[in-house]
Write a protein that binds this ligand. Structure first.
Ligand code: UFG
Length: 344
């Protein structure tokens, strides 16, 4: 059986990817320090797949532990690297937290990977590397702009390190640039678990709808877009997870034309904030309490993906739409409430 190491496998995208890998017949070894995730997610993965992933509670900043773990797992066929902090605003407040975790952690990981001769690497990148694009949709060749945040810069640094390492060593890399992942597993056993007040739109919507938050603020309706609100490419997390299975297969089958390949992972469709709100209300039948507020610093006006390369080369495309993603996000929020009510 082929084995895939998943750093950050207890996190939002990591846990959904672990499930898709295990459902596709892979063994999975998760490395996660649970700093932004919950151990219960591991039980959720087992409940869905009927199999237990191997789990290492290790911080990538602890190089000794990390190397011990990779030595033990050096027969793995590929590694997918999710473990990183991801809150744009927080990264502006605490940049060193981001440089330490996302950059130092990744330097350690790459050192240990090279040392233990692991050859196939999938990187969790972001459309944030494009900044405010001049032309839409963005292709993988669209120019990178100066990162708007420390978080965004850590993704640019990560890709740059991989470009250099894949030239100098025998590492084959696929970097996946995610657009806006939303939604949850159909079973509502795993989903997004934001700590504290959510920064992202969809968890804020579902928490408002369930009564945890009073009101959603739409950050600005005076942008140069049809309804004045920002446009993003919202992709179902399960679709996104499936792309990782395709990526590891491509690496293992040595199909890549280059040592480093980059793919946009989005739907190719841009939706405004108000469209997301209206679609949520339509699919759930719940009226959302929202108001229009001022712009949020650092938001790009519009971004959505050109997905041709992912379709043609990776052989992957999205199967679910915004309505489906929002209904699974809502089902997940209801499941969380049920759990809370039971524990009271
Ligand atoms: N928004 C609101 N109100 C909220 C939260 C968000 O109106 O309470 C709006 C934002 O202004 C934006 C849209 O909803 O227009 C989406 O915002 P998110 O915070 O959900 O997502 P972002 O597009 O800002 O960020 C996402 C990822 C980042 C990644 C970035 C790249 O969360 O990790 O895309 O553009 F870096």
């Amino acid at each position: 059986m082929k084995k895939i190491i998943v750093t950050g496998g207890a996190g939002y995208i990591g846990s959904h990817t672990a499930v898709e890998l295990m459902n596709a017949g892979y063994d999975v070894a998760i490395i996660d320090n649970l700093s932004n995730s919950d151990a219960s997610v591991l039980g959720g993965i087992e409940e869905i797949t009927g199999k237990q992933p191997v789990f290492y509670n290790i911080d990538l900043c602890n190089k000794e532990d990390l190397n011990y773990c990779l030595e033990k797992e050096k027969d793995a066929d590929a590694i997918i690297h999710f473990a990183a902090f991801k809150a744009v605003g927080e990264s502006q407040q605490f940049p060193m937290k981001y440089y330490n975790n996302n950059v130092v952690g990744m330097v350690n990981l790459l050192d240990c990977i090279i040392k233990n001769k692991l050859n196939n690497f999938v990187f969790s990148s972001s459309c944030t590397v494009y900044g405010e694009a001049d032309e839409l949709p963005v292709t993988e060749n669209s120019p990178e702009k100066k990162a708007e945040s420390a978080y965004g810069f850590t993704k640019q640094i990560g890709e740059r390190m991989l470009a250099d390492v894949s030239q100098a060593d025998s590492l084959r890399v696929i970097s996946l640039r995610y657009f806006n992942p939303i939604g949850a597993h159909d079973t509502a056993i795993i989903g997004e678990l934001p700590l504290g007040v959510p920064n992202n739109l969809v968890p804020f919507i579902t928490q408002t709808a369930i009564g945890i938050r009073e009101q959603l603020t739409v950050f600005g309706n005076d942008y140069d877009t049809p309804d004045g609100t920002n446009i993003r490419d919202y992709i179902h997390v399960v679709d996104l997870a499936k792309a990782h299975v395709k990526a590891v297969e491509r690496l293992m089958e040595k199909k890549s034309s280059d040592n480093l390949e980059i793919f946009n992972l989005g739907t190719g469709v841009g939706n405004s904030v108000l469209e997301v709100v209206q679609t949520f209300e339509k699919v759930t039948g719940v009226k959302l309490n929202y108001k229009i507020g001022s712009r949020r610093a650092g938001d790009v006006v519009s971004i959505y993906a050109d997905t041709n390369k992912a379709g043609d080369v990776l052989g992957w495309k999205t199967e679910r739409d915004l309505a489906n993603a929002l209904s699974t996000a809502w089902k997940w929020e209801l499941a969380l409430k049920e759990k809370r009510d039971k524990n009271q």
